[in-house]
Design a protein around this ligand. Sequence first.
Ligand code: SF4
Length: 233
Amino acid sequence: MNAVDLEQASLRLERASARERLAFAVEAFGDELLFTSSFGASSAALLHLWSEVGGGRPVVFLDTGFHFPETLAYRDALASRLSLAVRVLSPTTTRDAFLAERGADVQRTDPDGCCAVNKVAPLEPLRASARGWVSGLRRVQASTRREVAILERDGHLVRVHPLADFSDDDVRAYMLAHDLPDHPLTARRYLSIGCAPCTRAVADGEDPRAGRWAWGQKTECGLHTTRATDAAR
Ligand code: SF4
């Protein structure tokens, strides 16, 4: 798909439903479509759509070794409920070996390095062999995501964001309509959930993503910072 075709398809899909956007990606990329999920606070809506449109293709989950136990339990419960096949990818090093080598406070001293080893590198072989990649990025989630398009070129890949224009209320309405369970930590005001060392609860009125890497400037894990819009920013 050349750049003009991609932009036109993306604009056309702005008027489509999330289900139609996902169906477009499945049709366009088939088994070369990668679908990743963090099984976070707002993941259930897209996972539900994938369970209906994805044709049994797997959900890829990056097990960094630093997830909350609640996230792993939520992953397993949702996968069972939605009959999803979850493919778990892990780093080549264990959590203990990584911390021994890089220091117990590596998330503070070098969070980019930690994400590179534990998130970005494990996905790379699948990323390299895919032609499309679906993820749950939404425009309202962060200033770095405001320009997210439904379809975006990212090197050899087309990034697909079926929920790009969903508000938090849209996600909530979808979850309620389909009786989807909340991540267990949302009740404790963890509203954007990543690895445990890099996530805290937020106060009333605080931006949901303020709880991610709250001690520094980092806002993205590195999986989503190679998008074309980021490169152009
Ligand atoms: S989110 Fe935190 S713990 Fe997880 S890979 Fe990145 S720096 Fe490491």
